[in-house]
Design a protein around this ligand. Structure first.
Ligand SMILES: C[S@@+](CC[C@H](N)C(=O)[O-])C[C@H]1O[C@@H](n2cnc3c(N)ncnc32)[C@H](O)[C@@H]1O
Length: 371
């Protein structure tokens, strides 16, 4: 994460968000540009230093309009109105809502952390796991780092539609599954990975602040973290929450650096441990990421004695995955590509670490570009 320490850096962070996501999220882009050009960007400085991402302020505003649907800014939120956002200027509405609720927005920014539980990110796991397994039926244990509510772990209950540039639609996962995911691949010649999904022996996560889906306040915050412009996202979250309430995923409370290591020793002999990280490494410092990689390398050496293969699939900002060799994109590339997330695989073994990029994709898997 680029450190935000000053008001100028806070404003720039909102401008960057608007540039990156403006192609698909025009209302959020306009809101971010308005925030950047008004004192509202200072709200970001209320957050603890490791949490200063614009999405935190956006979630606090979304939470506010969901709680107060008659506040002026609410008119731009499809999750409140049920219709598309108007195109008109929202600066007066933002100012009025902050006049009324600014203190509680600032408090949310101070005490809450980002829980962008976009279940659609699991599209990356569906595609990459098939490739990674390469047709092997070795059982897999999935361990999600920073799993939040664990909603992205129920791969057996997802259907995935991949639409390609020529209009073809490829179906992965269970067609009748309760949680429906999807992505677009521009390349008309794209074909799904040939291997089938490996058997998932176990799936669990670790999070320093797991989300309790039976606590209304936690669920309200989770809903606020989902971007409001596409109603399908809110519907997908509702389906995933309902599923997780009846089949609760296991998410251990703990810190990735302090508490993960002993849990890994419980992975069954002869299996394939696949660690999953999506938009969590961004919340660690560079030094913490290095320490995590060292711990995983040591764990892999121990687990190798029990014939456990250790891989990590990561869906993160590309500068966060600084050990993955990727081409640097130049400024002439479209903004959504320049700011895209990177899906990558890292193999940990006693002989070292090997990493490779798999795809560039929008952070919530709106689109997917295999590398
Ligand atoms: C932006 S959310 C992403 C959640 C989920 N991986 C996803 O893609 O939707 C980041 C999650 O990482 C967790 N987290 C951040 N730093 C952590 C740490 N050091 N140890 C454990 N969990 C952490 C947060 O509590 C939060 O649930």
């Amino acid at each position: 994460m680029t450190r935000v320490a000053t008001a100028e850096q806070a404003a720039a962070a909102f401008e960057t968000f608007a540039e990156a996501e403006g192609g698909t999220m025009p209302m959020y882009a306009r809101l971010c540009r308005t925030i950047a050009s008004t004192p509202a960007h200072r709200l970001l400085l209320e957050a603890p230093t490791g949490q200063r991402l614009p999405v935190l302020v956006l979630a606090a505003l979304h939470h506010t309009v969901l709680e107060h649907p008659s506040t002026p800014l609410a008119r731009w939120y499809p999750t409140v109105t049920g219709s598309d956002p108007p195109d008109d200027d929202l600066s007066a509405a933002l100012a009025a809502t902050l006049e009324e609720h600014g203190a509680s927005v600032a408090e949310l920014v101070r005490v809450r952390t980002v829980q962008t539980n976009e279940v659609n990110r699991a599209v990356g796991w569906h595609l990459a796991l098939r490739e990674l397994a390469g047709g092997s039926d070795r059982p897999v244990t999935l361990v999600e780092l920073g799993a939040a509510a664990g909603l992205n772990l129920a791969l057996g209950d997802h259907s995935v539609e991949v639409r390609t540039g020529d209009g073809a639609c490829h179906q992965l996962g269970r067609a009748d599954a309760p949680v429906r995911l999807g992505t677009r691949v521009h390349d008309a010649t794209w074909q799904p990975p040939s291997g089938s999904m490996p058997p998932i022996e176990a799936a669990w996560g670790v999070d320093r602040d797991p989300v309790d889906l039976h606590d209304p306040a936690s669920v309200a915050w989770l809903r606020a973290c989902v971007w409001p412009e596409r109603r399908a996202r809110a519907e997908r979250l509702t389906a995933a929450i309902e599923l997780a309430r009846t089949h609760p995923p296991t998410v251990h409370r703990g810190d990735l650096l302090d508490d993960l290591d002993p849990l890994l020793d419980e992975v069954a002999d002869g299996t394939h441990l696949v660690l999953l990280s999506s938009w969590v490494l961004a919340y660690l410092s560079r030094d913490q990421r290095r320490r995590l990689a060292e711990q995983l390398q040591q764990a892999a050496a121990r687990l190798d004695e029990r014939d456990v293969r250790v891989s990590m699939l990561s869906l993160e900002a590309d500068h966060v995955l600084d050990w993955v060799p990727t081409a640097v994109l130049d400024q002439s590339e479209p903004p959504d590509r320049r700011h895209a997330s990177l899906l990558a695989v890292t193999e940990f073994s006693p002989s070292g670490v090997a990493a490779a990029p798999i795809a560039r994709c929008q952070a919530h898997l709106d689109w997917y570009e295999p590398l």
